[in-house]
Design a binder for this molecule. Sequence first.
Ligand code: SAM
Length: 234
Amino acid sequence: MSTPDPFQQQREDMVHYQLEQRGINNPRVLDAMRHVPRHEFVPLEARELAYRDTPLAIGDDQTISQPYIVGLMTQALRLSGHERVLEVGTGSGYQTAILCKLASYVYSLERYPALATQAADTLSRLGYNNVDIHVGDGSQGLADMAPFDAIIVTAAAPAVPGPLRSQLHPQSGCMVVPVGDDKNQDLQFILRNLDRWDVKRIAKVRFVPLIGRYGFSVPPKPEAGSAGETPDSI
Ligand code: SAM
């Protein structure tokens, strides 16, 4: 007999109050978010907070996104199950797990090796095996594996990175990506039809920056020993 999940009720409440009541209505997305154990993707000391209506720190100055934002971005992709998806910004791996449930295969890129390793371990421990995690600059995409039916970028870019646009499947490849500066960003939905990319704005959002060649530049390292030291970049 399997042990009851002490977080199940919190997950049900999250889906009802944070997603359904705010207009997330895709049954596949709701079902995935009802089942993926979000508490497994946050640091141990933050488990009790995992289902709150907020992003949470996951180390390396990065965050696991708010459940509503995960639902909103995932719903926008309209996944039916057969897609190959590129995720830029693995973070904790929570969004990755949701994508694994809804698509055929997920390629996920993370800039910080420690986060990538931790996310890959969690996903493998929980039995997700339709995923490849890569360490690298996701603003350049993953040309060897392109084209992708869907691309999701979970960090804010100053403009839509050109390589990601061209790695979308030419016929109906779609992307969700936050675009803007460090304070004001539009969550954009982009639909490709050959050489045409139609853009729709979905919501105002605030994400951590996409750092890379087609994103923002690497933040300067503070003086050794000063407060607020940032981790080494790769
Ligand atoms: N979706 C994640 C989750 O469910 O935990 C949250 C992602 S977090 C808001 C954004 C992530 O993007 C961070 O882990 C950050 O290190 C990563 N990131 C920033 N720039 C990147 C880049 N150029 N390539 C890959 N990952 C990047």
